[in-house]
Write a protein that binds this ligand. Structure first.
Ligand code: FES
Ligand SMILES: [Fe+2]
Length: 324
């Protein structure tokens, strides 16, 4: 097999069309959000979020490897389906390049992420529109408008993901991944969020069981490994986590209709970590990050500080009953 070759940049790719009648015009969109450079790279390489967070197009993959992904995107436009052939390449640690072909137009984009202070990042997206020389002045303004509109629609889903990861880092959470191969982003069982001693331990709290309305959760702590959602469903009390261990999404729900919840980033499902009947007498449960004491009329939650033993523990698995 011959060694592979990758184009160096968007500009070099466009320059290779010089022998044809195709020419390119460019425009930039710049955005500052929360997160580190790797969070932006993850966001662009994250294949699993496309169907859950965006869900406005259908995708048919032809190749997925560490730094290359190719597919056909079935894009709905004016009530009709248009197939776009799409290629995504990671060119450097902070740089990605994409190209699409659509009818007789070429769309390219290069994304560069630059770090700012306090887990914030600036992302510059340069769009390049290529078309036959005489057609370019006509299609450029139309496609610039469409691409800008599409960018803002996509960012409505993506910016909260980047902001959230910046927030987790500021709280002291460790997101240890330093690279994201495209294919690994489809593994929802991975755990890429690790609590550290910098994460603040919340004060213990008592919740009167009579104060719980059916289906409406009471929140404990904040959305980290200590955070909990306590909910009453019929005659049962259930306690759910507030942070997804996969990539750190907030799992808070406005309302619980079932005995499980689905992560809003990639769809991983979670059951309660504690479940007991409302009529339960005195009892207790213990997990790596909490001790729960039920007195009959009250649920007391006592957080447990991180130790060497619990640093790798998963806060979303069911906890065991102990002697009350
Ligand atoms: S963050 Fe990926 S499934 Fe929750
Ligand atoms: Fe996205």
């Amino acid at each position: 097999m011959k060694p592979s070759w990758t184009v160096e940049s968007q500009a070099k790719f466009a320059a290779s069309f010089a022998r044809t009648n195709y020419r390119f015009r460019y425009f930039n969109l710049v955005l500052e959000t929360g997160g580190d450079v790797i969070d932006v790279v993850f966001n662009y390489k994250d294949l699993a979020h496309l169907k859950v967070v965006h869900n406005t197009f259908d995708i048919f993959y032809s190749h997925i490897s560490d730094d290359v992904q190719s597919c056909v995107v079935m894009q709905r436009l004016f009530g009709l389906n248009f197939p776009l052939t799409h290629l995504a390449l990671q060119l450097a640690e902070n740089r990605l390049f994409f190209h699409d072909s659509f009818l007789n137009v070429l769309l390219t984009s290069e994304v560069v992420a630059d770090p700012l202070a306090d887990h914030r990042v600036r992302v510059t997206t340069t769009y390049g529109i290529g078309a036959p020389r005489l057609l370019l002045p006509i299609v450029f303004p139309v496609l610039k408008w469409l691409l800008t509109r599409n960018y803002h629609v996509l960012m409505e889903g993506d910016v909260p993901m980047r902001d959230r990861r910046g927030e987790l880092r500021r709280w002291g959470m460790r997101l240890p991944m330093t690279s994201y191969p495209f294919q690994d982003t489809l593994d929802l069982t991975a755990r890429h969020v690790v609590p550290t001693e910098q994460v603040a331990v919340p004060e213990p709290a008592s919740i009167p069981l009579a104060s719980l309305s059916p289906g409406v959760p009471i929140l404990f702590g904040r959305s980290d490994n200590y955070g909990l959602q306590v909910v009453r469903r019929d005659d049962v009390i259930e306690i759910f986590p507030r942070m997804c261990p996969h990539e750190g999404a907030c799992l808070d729900q406005k309302e619980f209709k079932a005995s499980s919840l689905s992560c809003c980033w990639h769809g991983r499902r979670f059951g309660p970590i504690v479940r007991f009947p409302l009529s339960e007498g005195p009892s207790a449960f213990a997990g790596p990050f909490h001790r729960f004491v039920v007195t009959g009329s009250e649920l007391r939650i006592e957080p447990v500080a991180l130790s060497e033993k619990t640093a790798q523990a998963d806060w979303t698995t069911a906890v065991r009953r102990t002697a009350s």
